[in-house]
Design a protein around this ligand. Structure first.
Ligand code: HCA
Ligand code: CU
Length: 378
């Protein structure tokens, strides 16, 4: 496998998720956690948006301990200057050039105008001593000739790397692989990919891009980002370790990554989400539970402890309307703190006790009790 890096874009793309706005302290905290997860390329924001964004980006960049810092900019000299003032190592300049973009985003501009803006912005960035990633936005809906001509404009102006964005998440792994291979041949430079998850293919496309020789893969914690988000850092790094023997990332810190996103954005992964979801290591049917008790391999791809999680063995709830309520359970009361996962077991016909993870709030515990006893169907 050709060497590659993951670029974490939680602090830029992730902030484009509905309802998310990180404070400066949030960003610094997430940055440090990403560094301890062994991510060494981090995109922290878009300083050209406002003076406040510039100030936050600068403070975040200055707090980096070892990661290289990239900041986003439209193809304008002013935005490139904002990135320089905010003390980034890299600027990520982006532009789109297909018909959809020209019609919807730059109604009165021709292709040549966009090329000129890209050229000026890249030249300026190089003069300022920045490393330049140039992204072709919406590359997945752009004819190859346009990708090629705009990419060469950026490279001739001094860009260090070309990134291809599947902005609306429509690539399939095979297409993604072919385009990355073609881009490596065409441009002869490092190729990065930015893969949205609109069709649920971002993780598969990321692995395909790695197979094709991409040098950088963008991801965010829990995949947060615009609409359905992008490649999920947690899922990607676990897949890399379990499937490709890539042990670079500190997977035991996954619960902390999930927690920090929950605390800073209020977003919690749904129960079925691979790796991070509440049910990802929960075994329910009696047959599965028995087999897992004998040997957890029976129904697990890998032991949850290897990524800082624990297994939950549960059994099907009693039928709706069961009169056998447990003796020790007080509906609506929070559970004792300290358990590392939601756990419950049946003792005879009724559930005897329930313990909630201390991280789970009271409302959630009430919901779980209702669910266990069939009082609600959610
Ligand atoms: C955006 C679009 C973008 C850009 C990616 C990049 C995309 O929000 O500006 O600059 O690398 O998905 O195309 O996130
Ligand atoms: Cu994006």
């Amino acid at each position: 496998m050709k060497p590659f890096q993951i670029l974490d874009a939680t602090l830029r793309e992730g902030e484009q998720q509905s309802g998310v706005r990180f404070t400066c302290e949030d960003k610094i905290r997430i940055l440090h956690l990403l560094e301890s997860y062994q991510i060494d390329l981090i995109e922290v924001g878009h300083p050209g948006i406002s003076a406040l964004d510039e100030e936050i980006c600068r403070k975040v960049a200055q707090s980096a301990r070892r990661a290289q810092i990239l900041m986003h900019a439209r193809a304008t000299v002013e935005e490139v200057h904002a990135v320089k003032r905010a003390k980034a190592d890299w600027v990520g300049i982006w532009a789109s050039i297909n018909d959809v973009s020209i019609q919807t985003k730059f109604s009165h501009h021709q292709e040549s105008y966009i090329q000129e803006k890209v050229q000026q912005a890249v030249i300026e960035a190089k003069k300022l001593g920045l490393q330049v990633r140039f992204t072709i936005e919406d590359a997945s809906r752009t004819e190859w000739e346009k990708i090629s001509s705009l990419g060469h404009v950026a490279l001739q102006a001094g860009a260090d790397r070309i990134s291809l964005a599947d902005t609306v998440g429509i690539w399939e792994p095979d297409t993604c692989k072919k385009i990355v291979t073609r881009a490596i041949e065409e441009f002869g430079c490092e190729i990065e990919v930015h893969l949205h998850n609109d069709l649920g293919l971002a993780q598969a496309n990321a692995l395909a891009a790695i197979d094709a020789g991409a040098s950088v893969i963008d991801a965010t914690i829990l995949g947060i980002g615009e609409r359905a988000g992008i490649t999920d850092l947690i899922q990607l790094t676990v897949a890399l370790q379990k499937l490709r023997n890539d042990h670079r990332y500190s997977l035991d810190r996954i619960p902390e990554l999930v927690q920090v996103i929950r605390l800073t954005t209020g977003y919690r992964p749904d129960e079925l989400r691979p790796i991070a979801g509440q049910n990802a290591f929960t075994h329910t049917s009696a047959y599965h539970v028995q087999a897992v008790k004998r040997n957890s391999k029976a129904y697990e791809p890998f032991p949850p402890e290897t990524i800082g999680r624990t297994r939950l063995l549960e059994e099907k709830r009693p039928p709706i309307g069961s009169p056998k309520l447990p003796v020790s359970l007080q509906v609506g009361k929070p559970f004792p703190k300290g358990a590392s996962e939601l756990q419950y077991h049946r003792d005879g016909p009724g559930i005897r006790w329930v313990m909630m993870d201390s991280r789970v709030d009271e409302r959630a515990s009430f919901y779980v009790i209702q669910r266990i006893f069939g009082l609600c169907d959610l």
